[in-house]
Design a protein around this ligand. Structure first.
Ligand code: ATP
Ligand code: MG
Length: 391
């Protein structure tokens, strides 16, 4: 049975003069995510993107799943297409909606006839299709007011479309329409969610990760790489920067006040991220910090870390509870990887009594106690770069 996707634009539909740019970005992203699954034709009409597979043996479950994760769409609808013939429409409706018809107790048929040349009017289509369904599925009753299932039939110029309604799509706006940012990605639960949230608002997100071998293992790094891969259905291709951080951490341990260790380390992480972001033409940094979650994520700590860079530091999960963050982590399937118990460089040399309300002047002074510049330059120089491609 031939299937197509109808994808309803979300916020894009409300854009004014820029609408075309957003639509083009959406289709570009969609094309990119689907290209390994076959050939498709893309068309836009009335704020709906129509995706028509041109190849024969397309894995349509996979097409649907991937398209549901591309930001920019409010709703997605998977439809069967058949010829504009009432017998074919009845047959297709019974077959295509079989799983839902088998589960429901009540249903109705809703018909639209955009092609006025079609001989039956909408109410007549409903009657014919409804009859056929009742004949095949004896457990069903018609309920026009509150049916459990609605079988939609749309007769258009290019065929008859049959479906059981829209499902919620990814939401947001297309990746690439809101600039580029560098996400500080740890192996934890929060930062992958932060990356997902910025991508949802159209940001093209790259990731940076700091490793401190031998204190952190290769497996910890591989875990973060797996998180990058997990994010590609949402973020698209992800550039990944891996920064050797051991020498800097050792220098911090040996030369700076212990209670400021974590905050100083964060400042240097952001400094390095900013240098790389600038080189690569990115505009902002992103972290997975949530206010008050741990000792290093207080308002005062954020004041200090912000002061160490000039780029904006975006913290999309700043106002979220851990449980809310976890809900998203589960939805985007990063949670199970995030909870694997590998060490992060942030857990190396952590002070027993970290300063929760660091004074910006004291932090600045502590950073000047030692000349970190050569180590920072060396770390930037030796940063490894990889790209994780979707599929
Ligand atoms: P997450 O769940 O994202 O690890 P967290 O609650 O464990 O967050 P911290 O360990 O305090 O928080 O880290 C705060 C933020 O600093 C992280 O969200 C991430 O953006 C960044 N970060 C921490 N460790 C690293 C690392 N090794 N590489 C890159 N970024 C890091
Ligand atoms: Mg962490």
């Amino acid at each position: 049975m031939k299937e197509v996707l109808l994808i309803k634009e979300g916020e894009i539909a409300l854009k004014g003069l820029n609408k075309r740019n957003f639509e083009e970005a959406f289709i570009r992203n969609l094309r990119h995510r689907l290209k390994s699954l076959g050939e498709f034709e893309y068309r836009i009409a009335q704020s709906t993107v129509y995706v028509n597979p041109l190849s024969e043996d397309v894995d349509f479950d996979e097409v649907y799943d991937r398209a549901s994760k591309v930001f920019g769409a409010a709703a997605i609808c998977r439809c069967a297409v058949c010829e504009k013939d009432i017998a074919a429409i009845c047959r297709t409706a019974c077959e295509y909606c079989e799983p839902e018809l088998a589960r429901a107790r009540t249903f109705k048929v809703a018909a639209k006839r955009a092609d006025k040349a079609f001989p039956l009017k909408s109410p007549e289509i409903c009657v014919e299709v409804g009859h056929e369904i009742l004949e095949k599925y004896h457990h069903l009753d018609v309920d026009v007011k509150e049916p459990q299932l609605v079988v939609h039939v749309e007769v258009r110029d290019d065929g008859a479309f049959i479906h059981t309604g829209n499902r919620t799509a990814a939401g947001g706006i297309p990746v690439g329409t809101s600039g580029r940012a560098l996400l500080l990605l740890s192996g934890g639960i929060d930062s992958p969610v932060a990356g997902y949230m910025m991508a949802k608002r159209g940001v093209d997100v790259a990731c940076i990760h700091y490793v401190s071998p031998p204190y952190t293992s290769d497996r910890a790094r591989l875990k973060v790489e797996r998180l990058c891969e997990k994010l590609t259905p949402y973020l698209g291709d992800v550039a990944f920067f891996c920064v050797p951080f051991t020498k800097i951490q050792e220098a911090l341990r040996d030369n700076c006040p212990e209670e400021l260790f974590t905050i100083l380390m964060r400042c240097i992480m952001l400094d390095i991220a900013e240098r790389i972001a600038r080189k690569k033409g990115m505009h902002a940094l992103v972290t997975g910090e949530s206010l008050g979650q741990v000792a290093s994520q207080t308002m005062q700590a954020m004041v200090c870390t912000d002061a160490s860079v000039t780029m904006p530091v975006l913290r999309p999960v700043v106002g979220m509870d851990k449980t809310e963050i976890i809900d998203i982590a589960r939805k985007i399937d990063t949670f199970d990887i995030s909870i694997e118990p590998y060490e992060d460089c942030c857990t190396v040399f952590t002070p027993k009594h970290p300063r929760t309300k660091p004074d910006p002047a004291a932090v600045k002074a502590a950073l000047l106690r030692y000349d970190f510049e050569p180590l920072i330059e060396e770390a930037v120089e030796n940063t490894e770069i990889k790209t994780f491609k979707h599929d």
